[in-house]
Design a protein around this ligand. Structure first.
Ligand SMILES: [Zn+2]
Length: 253
């Protein structure tokens, strides 16, 4: 990656000079015209608990994963704290310092920001039916980690996944066929007895877990950048499953 390209990639995550200049000018104009203080909301955003550059830098990959899991505990307990979105908007408008990437399914019950009780600016969230990785998603992960500084990648599958059910039943439907084909190797790798269809809940669950494991392995095998980050201790890539009955996310061994 050339220096110019890297700079243009970094630009959206760095402080916005125009915005800062505008606020400074607005504050000066306000004081000059009315004598008002710089506590005006537009000039001095209220502090919100968002991830700062210092926090992102100081977190280890293990701590980044712990943050997510602690947020999931709050979600499960009904004690989510991420409710003041306007403050988060103001606190993250100039820059973002996300600490993790969560690859999840498009399932309407699995929005990572809600399930892990994260603030705006905390996590990158690529989502696709069946939470598998392709070249473009892996490329996005390389941006999120190598360029933007995230410390962990968590692949989250879930119970009763419609995409997994479609894959085990080898459903063919328009462009969805190619999505389901990406999950079929996981179904094929699950051994054991019993009916190999979506009617077999255990088989669906085992396939969903195997799909997460294969996705973690694929991310490592197809990205030299992510592999190197992990080897050097700057990144951790893990798999997890979300229980729909409780909302609880458990890391896979
Ligand atoms: Zn799903």
């Amino acid at each position: 990656v050339g220096e110019l390209t890297l700079v243009s990639f970094l630009e959206p995550i760095m402080r916005h000079p125009t915005r800062r200049t505008f606020f400074a000018l607005a504050a000066a104009a306000c004081v000059a015209a009315t004598g008002c203080h710089a506590t005006d909301k537009a000039t001095q955003p209220k502090a919100a608990a968002v991830t700062t550059a210092d926090i992102q830098k100081s977190l280890t990959p293990e701590q980044a994963i712990d943050r997510l899991m602690t947020g999931n505990e709050r979600f499960v307990a009904g004690s989510s704290i991420r409710t003041n979105r306007p403050d988060e908007v103001r606190a993250t408008a100039a820059a973002q310092y996300p600490y993790a990437v969560v690859l999840g399914c498009i399932d309407s019950r699995c929005p990572p920001e809600v399930v892990f009780d994260t603030a705006l600016g905390d996590i990158f969230t690529p989502r696709i039916a069946g939470n598998f990785a392709n070249q473009q998603i892996i490329g996005s992960m390389e941006f999120a980690t190598k360029v933007a500084g995230a410390k962990a990648i968590v692949v989250v599958g879930h119970e009763s996944c419609g995409a997994v059910k479609g894959a085990v039943d080898q459903v063919k439907l328009g462009n969805l066929t190619s999505v389901l084909e990406a999950i079929e190797p996981a179904a094929a790798a699950v051994k054991g007895t019993g009916e190999r269809s979506s009617k077999n809940e255990a088989f669906v669950q085992q396939t969903a877990e195997e799909n997460v494991r294969q996705t973690v392995a694929k991310i490592r095998s197809e990205s030299e950048i992510l592999r190197d980050l992990e080897k050097s201790g700057k990144l951790k890539i893990v798999g997890a499953m979300q229980d729909l009955d409780t909302g609880r996310v458990a890391l896979l061994e």
